[in-house]
Design a protein around this ligand. Structure first.
Ligand code: HEC
Length: 197
């Protein structure tokens, strides 16, 4: 097979490859195109560092979650029903998980499996296990027992969120610290869910 002379197209320039009537040239990409490509890479890297890798800035979802958290601070008395409803709300639980990782994991373990503080995923409770008991343990702490009070530091909205998160962990039985307190016999298996929205 003899070498074909390279065809030349008046618009595309030299055609370097041709197959099935499709002609490919090998021209330089325009500067504006290359720059938008490089800038997009730089932007993506900056975005990743800012929002993901070092979480310097809050993502729009986190900001929305914070606003909803502030809205939870109604001043009305907290009830079991409210906390159970919140534990079925994904965004609230997500906010609670964030608060837990920042403030509680050092004593209760990153999976709430227990460390200095008790395992929050087993069926054993030192204090009450009702949603409102858990909320009050968080806001008021257990003085002299090593559980700090969080009510003033985090505010009622964040305490509700983190209580809702703790409710989703109830009876998920993550292996960890040995049981403390009394066994709650009627504990339902798995995360607490409610049908009510
Ligand atoms: C300085 C360590 C420490 C930190 C931080 C901490 N806890 Fe505790 N927590 C404890 C200890 C110790 C107990 C057990 C208290 C007792 O013996 O009554 C406890 C008990 C609890 C209980 C009750 C468990 C039961 O069996 O009755 C809950 C719920 C709880 N903590 C949630 C939280 C949440 C939510 C946070 C973060 C906002 C948090 N804790 C932060 C040490 C800590």
């Amino acid at each position: 097979m003899s070498e074909q002379p390279r065809p030349h197209d008046p618009i595309q320039g030299d055609i370097v490859h041709q197959y099935d009537d499709i002609q490919e040239a090998d021209n330089k990409l325009p500067q504006w195109w290359l720059w938008s490509f490089y800038l997009a890479i730089a932007f993506a890297f900056g975005y990743w560092v800012y929002f993901e890798a070092f979480a310097v800035g809050k993502s729009p979802l986190d900001r929305y979650s914070d606003e909803r958290m502030a809205a939870l601070d109604t001043g009305a008395p907290v009830t079991d029903e409210e906390l159970l409803d919140l534990s079925a709300d994904r965004l609230t639980v997500r906010g609670g998980a964030r608060t837990f990782a920042q403030n509680c994991a050092k004593c209760h373990g990153s999976q709430a499996e227990g460390n200095i503080g008790p395992n929050l995923t087993d069926e054993y409770w030192i204090g009450g296990h009702a949603p409102i008991d858990i909320y009050q343990t968080i806001t008021g702490g257990r003085s002299g027992k090593g559980m700090p009070s969080w009510g003033l530091q985090l505010g009622p909205g964040a305490c509700k969120q983190v209580a809702a998160y703790v409710l989703t962990l109830k009876n998920t039985r993550v292996p960890g610290k040995e049981p403390q307190g009394t066994k709650v016999e009627d504990a339902p298996a798995g995360p607490v869910k409610t049908a009510k929205k």
